[in-house]
Write a protein that binds this ligand. Structure first.
Ligand SMILES: *Cc1c(COP(=O)(O)O)cnc(C)c1O
Length: 400
């Protein structure tokens, strides 16, 4: 396999091979072009990087540990397992890395109002948090169904001073919330920045969010070299839109010996409307600004999805992942709800760590794969978030 020229991707219009791009109405072109220009300027400005690093360290709690999971390693009897502890960040997940980067960009652009979409509420909470911290007005769009399912996160966002707008269109979930956020952005673009929560959407979002999340992989690479004096054999991360996974993978893409595994939500199995594994049942299409793998029917209608974990429950996957899959650089598999729940319990009991249900999909893939690996191998699993938010849901599913 030839080396991937990571620094040069995507092309100027945001294409990762056949994927990505900017499929938006004319009215969104200007704000996206302006954002792209400002982002590239900030990215190369040492003062912006210094400020971002300061807040990531002092407010968010970076660097996160790369923790040797001794009991899990022994139990699985395979490779030496390290956990990248994004669950220890402020607000409980990797989402704050991106929210912090984007709000500093918004401040620099002179914006005074922040909007965001959220599904389960994790990105909404991260965005409301950084908005409170910088004194910005914050509006979060959230499907009405999700508002009911995640009432605690709705209250949390309100405590932080955000306005939460329930979206009643369509299926009343994440997809409709994104549409509303885009509509707001077009109308209020002079004052407003849209903090999109994953490595998805129109260019420059997939690239920008990946760059704000690559701190995960940059740290992990440095940490594993310090601890083991060699690179890992395998990286594992769950894939919703794809931001925690690309954040871990990206700094290792040119290390040909490092294999990578992205884990999608297999839900109740790979049957229409019962899962969210875009690489299992999906096909090429356009949704919400970008071209990628999408769960759609033969007429291009977006299919219903299901996962026990709200953060993985989306019909499309980030374009860079689709491209990395075509190159055979990253392998993509899935874990079912049941496997994820088992992994959730196993990590709690063996390591004293309650992982997010999303992250539990990555742990489930580890459990499946470890017995086939050598004891000399090293694996890094990205623990994208903590499971406190999931405890009441799991209590309804698993009787103890
Ligand atoms: C949102 C979320 C995810 C899924 O989003 P990605 O962009 O694919 O990372 C995964 N884990 C946690 C804890 C989340 O909150």
């Amino acid at each position: 396999m030839s080396a991937i020229a990571t620094e040069s991707l995507p092309d100027a219009r945001g294409h990762f091979g056949a994927y990505g791009g900017r499929f938006v109405p004319e009215t969104l072109m200007h704000p996206l072009l302006q954002l792209e220009e400002e982002y590239f300027r900030a990215q190369h400005d040492p003062e912006f990087q210094r400020e971002l690093n300061y807040y990531l360290r002092e407010f968010c709690g970076r660097p996160t540990p790369l923790y040797f999971a001794e009991r899990l390693t022994r139990e699985l009897g395979g490779p030496k397992v390290y956990l990248k502890r994004e669950d220890l960040l402020h607000t409980g997940a990797h989402k704050i890395n991106n929210a912090m980067g984007q709000i500093l960009l918004a401040k620099r652009m002179g914006k005074t109002r922040i909007i965001a979409e959220t599904g389960a509420g994790q990105h909404g909470v991260a965005t409301a948090t950084v908005s409170a911290m910088f004194g910005m007005k914050c509006v979060i769009y959230m499907g009405e169904v999700d508002c009911a399912r995640q009432a605690l996160n709705v209250y949390r966002m309100k405590m932080l001073g955000a306005e939460v707008v329930p979206v009643t269109a369509g299926q009343k979930t994440l997809k409709e919330a994104v549409n509303e956020a885009m509509r707001d952005w077009v109308t209020n673009v002079r004052s407003t920045h849209y903090i999109l929560g994953t490595a998805y959407g129109a260019h420059p979002y997939p690239l920008m969010v990946r760059n704000f999340q690559r701190v995960i992989g940059d740290e992990a690479r440095r940490q594993i070299l310090e601890k083991e004096e060699r690179l890992p054999n395998l990286l594992i991360a769950c894939v919703g839109g794809g931001s925690n996974a690309i954040g871990l993978f990206y700094p290792f893409l040119n290390d040909a010996s490092v294999k990578m595994l992205g884990v999608e939500a297999g839900g109740e199995g790979i049957k229409p409307e019962k899962h969210a594994a875009r690489f299992q049942g999906g096909s090429l299409g356009v949704l919400q600004g970008t071209q990628s793998y999408i769960l759609q029917d033969e007429f291009g209608q977006i299919q219903l999805t299901h996962s026990v974990s709200a953060g993985l429950d989306y019909a499309a996957v980030g374009p860079e992942h689709a491209w990395l899959r075509d190159q055979n650089r990253v392998e993509y598999s899935y874990a079912t709800d049941e496997q994820a729940l088992n992994a959730f319990m196993k990590l709690a009991r063996l390591e004293g760590i309650i992982p997010a249900l999303e992250s539990s999909h990555a742990v489930a893939a580890l459990i499946e794969r470890a017995p086939k690996m050598s004891k000399d191998d090293l694996v890094i699993v990205n623990l994208s978030g903590r499971g406190d938010k999931d405890v009441s849901q799991v209590a309804n599913l698993v009787k103890l």
